[in-house]
Design a protein around this ligand. Structure first.
Ligand code: SF4
Ligand code: SF4
Length: 494
């Protein structure tokens, strides 16, 4: 198996607070609050009303005509409120359910471990009805409106367990025991409903034992390849996986599905088997608690709709901290702890708030603080990096070290683009590929002068779109996009 990697990137190592290989179940909350849109898809109207009794696993919102998957109650109980709340900068309807006596989880009708005997339409219906089809960035294609392409149109399916972020959910935990076999079954189910797709598994090359076991279990698979990959950040991004594995250009700003490629992570494939083989609706997630502000870094199984307050109770150390969702570099800050966990949660990161300034901070090598400059100490293998929110000095003039361009995974020159942003020369922003930026923030992280490059580029892209720049015309080469008119609301390129 040939190891694959890409130019640029950065190996994020030894961040203190990695989740251990331990998983526990979160106590049942007294109530859950379930958003009527969860990540991918449109907002749905609830099919229940205040006072209704619901069971665990019961569908409480569904609309076959909308680009979405049904939403389920994650507990048995009584609906106590249906109201709009601000959720990730959107006004969303939430259904609040007071937890009552558990009467068991409703199973999906027709699910069976002999799923190979089921017609594809039935498998697709199970994926849709379970809510699993809404997982990952663009959903799983079915004959329902769960993705921008149908399952027969998928040319390549990429499954990844890369672990290239500063904090990663443990692959050993996700694929422990029976789960490894369930994962293999999940791949087979996806192969059945996407008959034309070549399947590519990108897996962290450092996880040699699991890789060997997967290899043994898939020897008879056709149209299936395994690629050990270097876990450099941001290898797990669709925009980086597609060129690394398939050697294809990515339509930056759009999705892999626009060019016939579906990208799924390990948790999504496990959920595919749970839906089709075991009839489980998507009502819980495994979330890893990462970072130095947690008392214990573990994985926790939590019901969708559980408030962060309940999930984090007694788990944080004393002192102020910042709580971030899913990615240390790009995740949203979770400021309101009364809001609930949804289907998209995979990590909660807590790092200490710190505003203390250090004298000549930028010149320090950084033993335990994370050094933003390259020093021989960055290569030390024993020290742990303790991230906090301290910027360690304000933005300083660029010293033209070129490090930001060196690490950029899409080979643009952030420092040059930043200069043209300051000068307001929009043609040059387009010429030097501002729309290719995938907002990974790696340039900001490595810059020794603390220039907020990633944030500057993101703000400039928004401004360009606001003044009428058609981003689709800035992507080279032109792509044969699949059925995205309805989905993205943009014209097809000719
Ligand atoms: S944020 Fe954009 S410019 Fe910066 S490294 Fe990532 S892709 Fe490159
Ligand atoms: S912006 Fe920062 S990383 Fe990029 S060249 Fe300037 S000093 Fe170096």
């Amino acid at each position: 198996m040939k190891v694959k990697t890409f130019s640029g990137g950065y190996k994020l190592k030894r961040f203190q607070g990695q989740p251990q290989d331990k998983i526990i179940e979160c106590d049942l909350p007294s109530e859950v609050s379930i958003p009527m849109s969860q990540g991918f898809g449109s907002e749905l109207l609830p099919s229940v009303k205040v006072g209704d009794k619901v069971s665990r696993g019961q569908i409480i919102a569904c609309d076959d005509n909308k680009t979405s998957s049904p939403i389920h109650s994650s507990v048995s109980g009584i609906v106590t409120a249906i109201e709009k709340k601000n959720y990730f900068k959107r006004e969303l309807t939430m259904v609040t359910i007071k937890t009552g006596a558990d009467d068991g989880c409703l199973k999906l009708e027709g699910a069976t471990v002999r799923w190979d005997k089921l017609p594809n339409k039935k498998i697709e219906e199970l994926l849709y009805k379970s809510g699993v089809s809404s997982l990952d960035r663009e959903g799983i294609p079915t004959s329902f409106k769960t993705s921008i392409i149908g399952p027969e149109a998928v040319e390549d399916l990429i499954i990844h367990g890369v672990g290239s972020e500063a904090y990663n959910t443990s692959l050993d935990i996700l694929l422990a025991g029976r789960n490894l076999y369930n994962f293999i079954e999940g791949i087979k189910i996806l192969m059945k409903i996407m008959p034309k797709a070549k399947v590519h598994l990108a897996f962290n090359k450092e996880k040699k034992k699991i890789l060997e076991r997967i290899k043994k279990l898939t020897t008879k698979f056709t149209n299936f390849s395994i690629y050990p990959v270097v876990p450099k950040y941001p290898q797990g991004y669709d925009e980086v996986l597609v060129p690394t594995l398939l050697g294809k250009r990515f339509p930056y700003g759009y999705s892999a599905a626009n060019i016939g490629i579906v990208v799924l992570n390990i948790q999504a494939v496990l959920k595919v088997f749970e839906a089709v083989g075991q009839g489980k609706p998507l009502i819980e997630r495994i979330v890893s608690l990462c970072g130095p502000s947690f008392k214990e870094n573990i994985h926790i199984k939590v019901r969708v709709g559980t408030s962060l307050e309940h999930l984090l109770k007694d788990r944080l150390k004393d002192g102020p901290c910042r709580i971030i969702l899913n990615s240390l570099f790009t995740g949203a800050n979770l400021n309101n702890l009364s809001l609930p966990v949804n289907r998209t949660y995979s990590q909660i990161i807590a790092i200490p708030e710190s505003s203390q300034r250090h004298f000549l901070a930028f010149a320090r090598a950084g033993m335990h603080t994370d050094s933003f400059s390259r020093t021989f100490l960055s290569a030390a293998t024993t020290t742990k990096k303790i991230p906090n929110t301290n910027m360690r000095g304000d933005e300083r003039p660029c010293i033209q070290c070129g490090y930001c361009s060196e690490v950029c995974p899409v080979a643009i020159m952030p420092t040059l683009i930043d200069r043209y942003i300051k000068l307001g020369i929009n043609e040059n922003l387009l010429r030097y590929g501002i729309f290719n930026c995938i907002e990974c923030n790696l340039c900001t992280y490595v810059c020794p002068s603390k220039v907020l490059l990633g944030q500057h580029l993101k703000a400039a892209k928004i401004k360009l779109i606001e003044i009428g720049c058609d981003q689709s015309l800035c992507i080279v080469p032109r792509f044969d996009f699949k059925e995205f008119d309805e989905y993205k609301g943009v014209k097809k390129l000719r």
